[in-house]
Design a protein around this ligand. Structure first.
Ligand SMILES: [Mg+2]
Length: 221
C-alpha cells in the first residue's frame, strides 16, 4: 500500500448536514405553504389573504384558527396542506457550491433532519439535492428525534472523521460533540431563522466552529 493511498484512506470524511434553516430557510417553506393555502381559499383574493396570514404569523397569532373561523374551513385540513404541499423553496446562498465541490472530491455526505417523512421528502425533492447524499435520516422514519444518538450513529461506517453541519444549538450539536464529531454551526447572516436559540446553553451544546456557507470550504478542506 502506497503512502499516498494510505493518506487518502485516513482523510476519509463523512459530512452530515441538517436540512431546515441550514440548507434552506424554513421561513421560505412557511411562505410557500401560506401561498398555497391562500390560493385554495380564494384564487381571486389570494394576495390579500396571503398578506393577512403573514401579518398574523408575525404577530404570533393562530393563522389557521383565523382562516377556519372566517372562511368556515377545517383547521386540520389546513394543517395537512401546510405539511403535505409541494414547496417552492431554494437553497441558501453558497450551499450548492459546497455540495458540488464535495461531490467532485468523493466525500461522503449525509442528511439528518427531524420532521415528518412526507414533508421532509418533499423539501428534498423541491431542492433537488437527494443525489448528493449517501444516506438520509428523517426522524419520523427512524422513530427518534435529535439529539437521540441513534439518529447520528446511523451514519457511522468506515469513515475516519465525521462532521455535522447544522443551525440549532438546542438539539443539533450535543450528541455529535459527545461522539467526537466535528460540529459546525452555519451562521444566520440574513437573520431569517425561525427558531430562537435558548440562552444559557452549556458548552457541550454549542458547535465547535461557526461559519457562513462561503467560509465553510476553508474549514472542511
Ligand atoms: Mg435546522
Amino acid at each position: 500500500m502506497t503512502q499516498k493511498y494510505w493518506l487518502k484512506i485516513m482523510s476519509k470524511k463523512y459530512i452530515v448536514f441538517d436540512l431546515d434553516d441550514t440548507l434552506y430557510y424554513e421561513i421560505d417553506y412557511l411562505k410557500s405553504a401560506y401561498q398555497e393555502i391562500a390560493t385554495s381559499v380564494s384564487e381571486k383574493d389570494s394576495p390579500s389573504i396571503y398578506a393577512q396570514m403573514l401579518d398574523l404569523y408575525t404577530q404570533k397569532k393562530d393563522v389557521f384558527e383565523f382562516l377556519s373561523l372566517k372562511y368556515d374551513l377545517d383547521k386540520a385540513s389546513l394543517l395537512k396542506t401546510y405539511r403535505e404541499h409541494f414547496p417552492h423553496i431554494t437553497l441558501r446562498n453558497g450551499v450548492k457550491q459546497v455540495l458540488e465541490f464535495l461531490k467532485t472530491q468523493n466525500v461522503k455526505m449525509g442528511l439528518l433532519t427531524d420532521g415528518r417523512s412526507q414533508t421532509q421528502r418533499n423539501k428534498i425533492k423541491a431542492l433537488d439535492i437527494e443525489h448528493y447524499f449517501d444516506k438520509i435520516i428523517i426522524s419520523e422514519e427512524i422513530g427518534t428525534e435529535k439529539p437521540h444518538p441513534q439518529n447520528y450513529k446511523a451514519f457511522i461506517d468506515t469513515a475516519e472523521s465525521y462532521f455535522y453541519i447544522a443551525d440549532n444549538p438546542n438539539k443539533d450539536f450535543i450528541t455529535p460533540n459527545l461522539l467526537g464529531w466535528h460540529t459546525i454551526m452555519i451562521e444566520d447572516e440574513q437573520q431569517q431563522k425561525i427558531h430562537a436559540c435558548k440562552e444559557n446553553l452549556t458548552p457541550d451544546y454549542k458547535a465547535q466552529k461557526k461559519s457562513t456557507w462561503e467560509g465553510l470550504f476553508k474549514l472542511i478542506n
